[in-house]
Structures are given as C-alpha cells and as structure tokens.
Design a protein around this ligand. Structure first.
Ligand SMILES: Nc1ncnc2c1ncn2[C@@H]1O[C@H](COP(=O)(O)OP(=O)(O)O)[C@@H](O)[C@H]1O
Ligand SMILES: [Mg+2]
Length: 232
C-alpha cells in the first residue's frame, strides 16, 4: 500500500481509497445504526496501534470500559497500548458547556500532548446536536475541523444517517466539511432475506477513489470489503 497514506488495514477499503486516507485530513463515516460505524472507527485505530502510532478515541455514546471491552472481545490485545499509545475518552454530551469546552479546547491539547496520529469521534452527530441553530453549528464545525487539520492528525468522525435520507448525515453538514466521505448502508435485493451491507466512497478531496458500491461484512476480529463482488 502506498507509504504516504493512512491505511485502515482493511484491504478492500484501502483499495477504494487509492491506498488509504491522506495524512492530516478529516474523514467521515455515515450510516444508520448497526451499519458498523463504531467497528470501522475502532478498526482504524487498531491498525494505527499495530503501526506504532498514537491514537485517541472520543466516544460520546459509551463508557470507556465498554470500548475497551469491545476491543478485547474482538481478540485485540490492547493491554500494552492502553494509557500509552491508546487513549479513550468518554464525553458526556448531556452537559452542554462541558462537552463543547472539552471538544473545542481540551481535545486539541490532548492531541498535541499525546502526538496522536489518528483520532476518532464516535458519533460526531451527538456533538452536532449541541448547537441550537444551523448557522452556529456550521460555523463551529467548520472551525473545529480546520483545527483538527492544523494538528496534523488524521481524523475519522462517525455520523448517524438522516432518518429520511440514508445518503445524508443527520444535519447534512459533515459530508460537506469532511475531506473524505464513506457511506455505509443496507442494500436490499428483490427478496426480503436479501440484505447486504454496502460501502461507498462518495468523496475524497485531492485524490482519485473508487465510485463503486461494494458489499462488506463485519466479522468477529476484522471487517472485509469485497471489491471483487457487486452488491447484487
Ligand atoms: N463479533 C461480531 N461478529 C459479527 N458481527 C458483529 C460482531 N460484532 C458486531 N457485529 C455487527 O456489528 C453491528 C454493530 O456495529 P456498530 O459498529 O456498533 O454499528 P454502528 O456504530 O453503526 O451503530 C451489529 O449489529 C452486528 O451486526
Ligand atoms: Mg456506533
């Protein structure tokens, strides 16, 4: 795989991204609940850890203990990394001022202090929920993503899909602000039992990428993107 790219370690997905994410950019993974957003985020971090990188996972949904449990349950031995190259932070989005301050001020400091190469925020849509109006949300998110880019880490933000439109994130915003957008969705065939998970790279600034929709599977320890296959 090309050396200047940040790889997922998921062969098919890295191929779709022409080798991986571009260092210092912000990617978003958009999909309905259960599509595997958290799995993709954690796998992205695990690949970084195996490469000797420093990584940070910000979870707005689950306690840090749960994330540690998921990673161990996947058969990944995080013990040597935990508290060293792996930092997991739980942010409570119910406390508005605390959450805003943590994301805007403390996270950049943490990234600098730990020299993080990879940062995931899961799901960023819960952070977006904190802003009352579209104009403030857009302005704040734009600033925040620029801040992440300035810190030279490669970021992966997950977002729930809009309830009415599975091709869009909840606020129809993060896909415009991100450099790379990966869309996950359920693809249904003719028969009711014919359901696949489908992945698509819909946008990648400064790079060529695949525009094909490919099936993927979440396995216990890994994820597979079938680039040789079509969804139906
Ligand atoms: N060990 C496993 N083996 C197979 N599939 C799994 C395993 N663990 C999780 N999954 C699948 O992953 C889904 C949850 O993925 P998750 O990343 O939490 O989704 P999201 O964050 O998009 O809501 C589950 O519904 C299940 O289908
Ligand atoms: Mg999740």
């Amino acid at each position: 795989m090309s050396g200047d790219r940040i790889t997922f370690g998921i062969k098919g997905l890295d191929e779709m991204l022409s080798g991986g994410l571009i260092p210092g950019t912000v990617a978003s993974v958009i999909g309905q609940y259960g599509c595997g957003k958290t799995n993709f985020a954690l796998y992205f971090l695990w690949s970084g850890l195996l490469n000797g990188e420093n990584v940070i996972h910000i979870t707005l949904e689950e306690r840090t203990g749960r994330i540690e449990y998921y990673m161990r349950d996947k058969g990944w031995d995080i013990t040597p990394y935990l508290g060293k190259s792996l930092t997991i932070v739980n942010l409570d989005p119910s406390d508005f001022n605390l959450a805003i301050n943590s994301v805007k001020n403390e996270l950049p400091e943490l990234i600098k202090r730990t020299g993080a190469h990879r940062v995931t925020i899961d799901p960023v849509s819960l952070f977006e929920d904190l802003f009352d109006d579209d104009a403030t949300r857009r302005r704040e998110m734009m600033r925040f993503l620029d801040r992440l880019r300035d810190l030279n880490c490669t970021s992966l933000l997950t977002s729930e899909a809009d309830k009415e439109n599975e091709f869009s994130s909840r606020y129809n915003l993060i896909e415009y602000l991100s450099d790379t957008v990966i869309l996950l969705r359920y693809a249904r065939g003719d028969s009711v039992s014919d359901i696949h998970l489908a992945i698509e790279v819909v946008k990648m600034r400064m790079s060529g990428h695949s525009r094909e929709v490919k099936p993927y599977e979440i396995l216990k320890e890994s994820m597979i993107v079938y680039t040789e296959a079509n969804v139906f």
